[in-house]
Design a protein around this ligand. Structure first.
Ligand code: DGP
Length: 114
């Protein structure tokens, strides 16, 4: 996607604080952190949102969660806890239309976000 900011980050055209990379997934620190640890775990393949996924993408999104679990441990959050969020659609707060998983941790969090 030509105008997708996360595609540009994945391609290395825009700098990011990258923490993980493999052939299917890239993870980097959120530029506007909402918690002491705030990572974005992003499929290298462009999908606008969960709404665009097909059955073929299910293993990819499972891999996203597996990488999140590994990064949470790496960030020291496995025991203290962390939150994984996927905003889907503008009404849910999605602002970048390249599917991504937020990993938040390092501070106490209440039951649900508004
Ligand atoms: P969402 O609202 O769920 O679509 O989350 C998008 C997140 O992306 C938001 O927390 C801010 C972050 N973000 C936007 N632009 C950039 C960028 O250029 N670099 C980085 N690292 N994060 C960005």
């Amino acid at each position: 996607m030509n105008d997708c900011i996360f595609c540009k980050i994945i391609a290395g055209e825009i700098p990011s604080s990258q923490v993980y990379r493999d052939e299917r997934v890239t993870a980097f620190r959120d530029i506007q952190p909402a918690a002491p640890t705030h990572l974005l775990i992003v499929p290298n393949k462009h999908l606008d949102s969960v709404n665009q996924m097909t059955a073929e993408d299910a293993p990819l999104l499972g891999h996203l969660f597996f990488v999140a679990k590994q990064l949470a441990a790496q960030e020291g959050l496995a025991e203290s806890g962390y939150r994984l969020i996927v905003n889907t659609g503008a009404g849910a707060g999605q602002t970048v239309f390249h599917l991504h998983l937020h990993l938040l941790g390092g501070k106490p969090m209440s039951h649900l976000v508004g």
